[in-house]
Design a protein around this ligand. Sequence first.
Ligand SMILES: C[S@@+](CC[C@H](N)C(=O)[O-])C[C@H]1O[C@@H](n2cnc3c(N)ncnc32)[C@H](O)[C@@H]1O
Length: 208
Amino acid sequence: MTATDIIRLTLSQRIMRRVKRAAGGWGVFVQGFIEHPVMVGSIIPSSRFTIRKMLAPVKWDECALFVEYGPGVGTFCRPVLDHLRRDGKLIVIDTNPLYIDYLKATISDSRFAAVLGSAADVEAIVKAQGYDHADYVLSGLPFSTLPDGVGPAIAAATHRVLRPGGAFLVYQFSAKARDFMARHFRRIDAGFEWRNVLPCQLFWGWKE
Ligand SMILES: C[S@@+](CC[C@H](N)C(=O)[O-])C[C@H]1O[C@@H](n2cnc3c(N)ncnc32)[C@H](O)[C@@H]1O
C-alpha cells in the first residue's frame, strides 16, 4: 500500500465516522445495508406503529427472557427494555459486527446483552447467558433472502428454545416466514401494518 493509499483510506474512514456521528443510528443502519444488502434486507428501520402492534400481545409480567434476532441499530430494543421486568433479560443476536458494536456502545442496561452470531445458534447463545428457555423470540430477519436452509433451521431452533406458552414474533415484508413457522407452530396469528416502509406482515406463532 502506498502513502497516497493510506492517506485516502484514513480520509474515507474519517468521513465515514463523521457521517455516522451526524446521522446517528440511521447512518449506521444505512451503512450496514450498503455493505450487506441481502442480510439486512431493508434500508429503513421499522416504524413505531410496527413496534407497537408487534409487541402488543406480549405478557410482560410472564417474561423473564426476551430474545431478538436481527436488531439492527436497536429499533425494538428500547421499547422492549421499557416494558421488561427489572429482573428480565433481553438478548439480541445479529450477524453484523457493525450493529453489535453500535448497540454495545449505545445501550447501557444491565438487562441487555448483544451477541454477535447467527439466530440459528440461539439455543447455545441462550444457554451461554444462563437460561434454559426463552419466553418470547422476536425476529426482524429477512427470511426471503437468507441463504438456503437458514430460515427453516432458525424456525426449528426457535421452536425448541421457547417455553410452552411462549411465542415467536415475526415481522417481514413478505409472508415467507409463515411457511417456515407453520412447520412447528400450529397456532399462528397474523396481522398487517401499512404504516411502515415497506408495509409489513406480522405473525405470532404460539408454542403449545
Ligand atoms: C431488516 S434488518 C432488521 C432491522 C431492525 N430489527 C428494525 O426493526 O429496524 C435485518 C437484520 O437481520 C440481521 N441478520 C441477517 N441474518 C441474520 C442471522 N442469521 N442471524 C442474526 N441476524 C441476522 C441483519 O444483520 C440485520 O441487522
